[in-house]
Design a protein around this ligand. Structure first.
Ligand SMILES: Cc1cc2nc3c(=O)[nH]c(=O)nc-3n(C[C@H](O)[C@H](O)[C@H](O)COP(=O)(O)OP(=O)(O)OC[C@H]3O[C@@H](n4cnc5c(N)ncnc54)[C@H](O)[C@@H]3O)c2cc1C
Length: 460
């Protein structure tokens, strides 16, 4: 942990933010040392809740002179320790910059402050015929989603956060305020600095405003559940559906253990066998029926046991809610344990291989592990429950994590499909990126030569 703030530093912060928006109190500090990862850090020296770009500019310029570490904080729902203040200093909690600034339906755009939560954004968009479709299960902030380049169940059709960010205001580590990007639908104007900041996990600066692209709310939605005799045939069907260009809006793979828990927790009666949850969006019911019928043929060619579609709206919502709640469900089923979440992604043709491999690794290591994922994106998750204080048990969880990530890299995939690097995935960065990790570090050093912005993340 870094040095505590001096009395002079504290009075400067109190003068700028007042006791409402600056705290060194233990409860405020301890609220900012946990995401859902097993990583633990010491409390920071203080927490600040800014309300404007200018305030953040002034704060960062001052912290840069004083050499105080700065860690931005959204909703704290990361899975790899991304927002934890490993070197103490100040946590900058963005949740009081939570305004939707302007909705421009004619351009399909919205301007937001970064602390707005994605559900609240969609609530404010309701009635406009537009929505922000990126939906990690958790109710994250837009700033946290930009910083982690989050995605979710609908990414297979609609894309990830990076596909929706058009323009951003960013405060750099020394307090300079810049704008990157523009509001045009396309641009080939120089280096794409926006993409550099998206997914940089707050290590290069703080996003203080963003213009997001929006999508039209689909006229028709059709959900289907498909069961398979084994994991291999279920994941082969995924590759077939994507390869045939059917463009599902969601295509999720679930395995027996998780389905059993979902049945118990949600009063569902799903068959306990590897399954796909699919959703299709389109302009007419007839076109959706055609797509669903084609998907059925493909699934049956892969050996599907059952294919149920046209399920009613209530059932559709219940199924997706149960899927969204997967992590909470697993957590509740293992009281007193922590979870370790594997998040890796591979090219779609290699999805069956990585899924079968991960399932076997869970069995071989004898851990409580649940394999599922955003199958349509080639994204696999294994949520494992264990006790970090039981070294032998936790070592087996870590072994599964290593094996699956290394397998994904061998298959030309990535060590993280959506959760980011944080603390947990730093150890895989050199293996995935080779010499280009050196270039990433040079960029970090150029923008943040004192290493003060969210230190200890991405790079070992
Ligand atoms: C149950 C559950 C399910 C999840 N499912 C998914 C999923 O399907 N897909 C997915 O992608 N993720 C998923 N996640 C992970 C998590 O929700 C996302 O990574 C999300 O983007 C984190 O947002 P947050 O607001 O909680 O940010 P935080 O966790 O608070 O912070 C994330 C990172 O952003 C930085 N940051 C925050 N605000 C700013 C800012 N304004 N400027 C610069 N940096 C900033 C932080 O320093 C940190 O590095 C899930 C999490 C949970 C708990």
């Amino acid at each position: 942990m870094g040095a505590p703030l001096t009395r002079q530093q504290q009075s400067q912060l109190l003068e700028w933010f007042g006791p409402d928006r600056f705290s060194t109190g233990s409860s405020a500090c301890e609220l900012h040392i946990h995401d859902i990862s097993p990583h633990r850090v010491e409390p920071p020296s203080g927490v600040v809740w800014p309300q404007s770009t200018e305030e953040i500019g002034r704060l960062l310029a001052w912290a840069y002179q004083e050499e105080i570490a700065i860690t931005p904080w959204g909703a704290g729902t990361s899975t790899e320790g991304n927002p934890l203040p490993v070197k103490g200093g100040l946590v900058v909690d963005m949740t009081r910059m939570n305004r939707v600034l302007a909705i421009r339906p004619e351009d399909l755009q919205v301007d937001v402050e970064p602390g707005v939560f994605r559900r609240e954004l969609n609530r404010q968009l309701s009635g406009s015929g537009l929505f922000f479709p990126v939906d990690p299960g958790a109710d994250a902030t837009i700033g946290g989603m930009i910083a982690n380049n989050a995605s979710g169940v609908k990414t297979v059709k609609y894309g990830a956060t990076k596909d929706y960010v058009m323009q951003m205001t960013i405060v750099l580590p020394d307090g300079e305020i810049i704008t990157v990007g523009n509001r045009a639908h396309k641009s080939s104007s120089g280096y794409d600095l926006g993409k550099l900041f998206i997914g940089s996990e707050g290590t290069l600066g703080i996003v203080t405003e963003a213009t997001l692209r929006l999508s039209g709310v689909p006229e028709n939605q059709l959900a289907a559940t498909v069961t398979f005799p084994d994991l291999g045939s279920a994941s082969e069907a995924v590759a077939m559906i994507i390869g045939t260009g059917l463009e599902p809006a969601a295509l999720e793979l679930l395995t027996e253990g998780l389905i059993e828990l979902m049945n118990k927790e949600n009063g569902l009666d799903l068959e306990v066998t590897p399954s796909l949850f699919c959703e299709f969006h389109g302009i007419s019911r007839t076109s959706l029926e055609e797509v669903a019928a084609l998907a059925r043929e493909l699934c049956e060619d892969c050996g599907a046991l059952s294919y149920q579609y046209g399920i009613d709206e209530h059932e559709r919502r219940t199924l997706w809610q149960a899927r969204h709640d997967a992590w909470e469900t697993i957590n509740r089923a293992h009281p007193g344990k922590n979870t370790l979440i594997v998040d890796a992604a591979v090219p779609i043709s290699r999805y069956p291989e990585v899924v079968v491999f991960a399932n076997q690794a869970v069995k071989d290591q004898g851990v409580h592990g649940y394999v599922f994922g955003h199958a349509g994106d080639g994204n696999i998750h294994v949520v494992m429950a264990g006790d970090p204080d039981d070294q032998e048990e936790w070592r087996r969880l870590e072994t599964v994590n290593h094996l699956v990530v290394e397998k994904a890299l061998e298959l030309k995939g990535t060590c993280t499909g959506e959760h980011g690097v944080g603390i947990g995935k730093r150890k895989f960065m050199a293996l995935e990126h080779g010499a280009s990790i050196t270039l990433m570090k040079k960029i970090k050093d150029l923008i943040d030569p004192k290493g003060l912005m969210n230190p200890g993340k991405i790079f070992s």
